[in-house]
Design a protein around this ligand. Structure first.
Ligand code: PLP
Length: 432
């Protein structure tokens, strides 16, 4: 479906039924698959034939949906994972192991920051966090001989900084390493990171892709552009024999197009087992079929809310990269489809942490949730929830202050959302 527009891919890519087969993606709710001979199955274990033998590694329903996401991103191969966390962990751990180093933007999702800064450090992988707005010189200085990847988010959750693809991809490629991009907030509807030099894309499909707050899930997509063999000494896991598969060299056997995802499936999914349920993948596919329609409404609501907040005397500052005047406006115009970003708007209420909490209590439509990016509008106070483990300095580095509120605009009527915010701000004002 590579030649079709995004709207058509959202609806039609991935599962393509043959004559007489079910029209809707079948849920293959089976842990195992039957073979006529042991020899047939042996070929699968040796990665000599493609097929299914155990759903911890691969399942047809999951693969149909992964293929759709690959097509939407313009990639060559993809896999689904049980969560966005698993996707980011696999994407990095597939090429960086003990003794290695990764350069990451400091403006990333709190869960990813913990994964990198705490848990993966325990595994012996070191991270250097750089400001998304650092100079080229600062960025280049962050690299070391053992650096294996650069990591960033298209639109950072919750700071809403827009990634400078050109600067980061240039530096990554100059140092012979791939750029890994978490494209959760923009979705391929609003940004296609491969067009801007990214090599690997990850998603928390839990957010807009699922879109209804139904299933936690993740995805990894390979652009097929990164030449592992050209930097063979840096990536021995892809360019030297894997003893657990009779000496297969992934980059030779599966090429630039397939090596990364095949290795992640054959080793990481085999050993860590973060596979989504086929049923969840079926639900995800239903979400994907309307992603292009939903993103329009999320963005329209986001822009209206951001405009209203920016004109309120109760508001200190608004972040929304599609709003003219936002520091990331021009980057959003450059990298995003029509400058459209997402439905998430963050703002600093005039006052303290207490005013932020009071405002949220008065909202009638926006519910307080540790979630973003689904049909129902919600809000969150990062300093007392998702980011409460961070020190004050780490909070500032991540672009978060104690009066910051993150609003996720859902699919409701635009006027109703603006009115809800207006009455809650009025209530805070009246109580002063
Ligand atoms: C939510 C989120 C994640 C983590 O995904 P889960 O599906 O919750 O594991 C990673 N990155 C971003 C940008 C997110 O918003």
């Amino acid at each position: 479906m590579a030649d079709f527009h995004m709207e058509t891919k959202c609806v039609q890519s991935g599962y393509r039924p043959k004559n007489g087969e079910p029209r809707e993606v079948p849920i293959i709710q089976s842990t195992t698959f039957k073979y006529d001979t042991s020899a047939d199955m042996g070929k699968l274990f040796d990665l000599e034939a493609s097929g299914y033998f155990y759903s911890r590694l691969q399942n047809p329903t999951n693969d149909y949906v992964a293929a759709k996401i690959a097509d939407m991103e313009g990639g060559t191969a993809a896999m689904l994972t049980s969560s966005g966390q698993a996707a980011n962990f696999f994407a990095v751990f597939n090429i960086a192991t003990a003794g290695d180093h990764v350069v990451a933007s400091s403006s990333i999702y709190g869960g990813t920051y913990n994964l990198f800064h705490v848990t993966m450090r325990k595994m012996g992988i070191d991270f250097t966090f750089v400001s998304p707005d650092c100079t080229e010189a600062e960025l280049n200085a962050a690299f070391r001989p053992n650096t294996k990847a650069v990591f960033g988010e298209t639109i950072a959750n919750p700071a809403l900084t827009v990634f400078d693809f050109e600067k980061f991809s240039k530096a990554a490629h100059a140092h012979g390493v791939p750029l890994i991009i978490d494209n959760t907030f923009a979705t391929p509807v609003n940004c296609r990171p491969f067009q801007w030099g990214a090599d690997i894309v990850t998603h928390s499909t839990t957010k807009y892709m699922d879109g209804h707050g139904s299933c936690v899930g993740g995805a990894i997509v390979d652009s097929g552009n990164f030449d592992w063999m050209a930097h063979a000494e840096k990536f021995p896991g892809l360019t030297t024999p894997d003893d657990s598969y009779h000496g297969i060299v992934y980059a030779e056997r599966f090429g630039k197009e397939g090596a990364f995802i095949t290795k992640a499936t054959a080793q990481l999914m085999r050993d860590f087992g973060s596979i989504p349920s086929p049923y969840n993948s079926y639900i995800l596919n239903i979400g994907l079929e309307s992603l292009h329609c939903r993103m329009k409404q999320h963005c329209a609501n986001g822009l209206a809310v951001a405009k209203f907040l920016s004109e309120s005397d109760m508001v200190e500052q608004v972040s929304y990269p599609s709003l003219p005047g936002d520091p990331y406006y021009s980057r959003a115009q450059k990298y995003m489809n029509g400058g459209n970003t997402c439905g998430v708007v963050s703002f600093r209420i005039k006052g303290s942490r207490t005013d932020a909490e009071a405002f949220m209590k008065h909202l009638k439509i926006f519910a307080i949730e540790t979630h973003v990016a689904d049909a129902r509008s919600c809000c969150l106070h990062p300093a007392s929830s998702t980011h409460r483990q961070l020190s004050d300095q780490e909070l500032l580095d991540a672009g978060i202050s104690s009066n910051l509120i993150r609003m996720s605009c859902g699919l409701e009527n635009t006027e109703d959302l603006v009115q809800d915010i207006a009455q809650a701000l009025d209530a805070v004002k009246a109580s002063r």
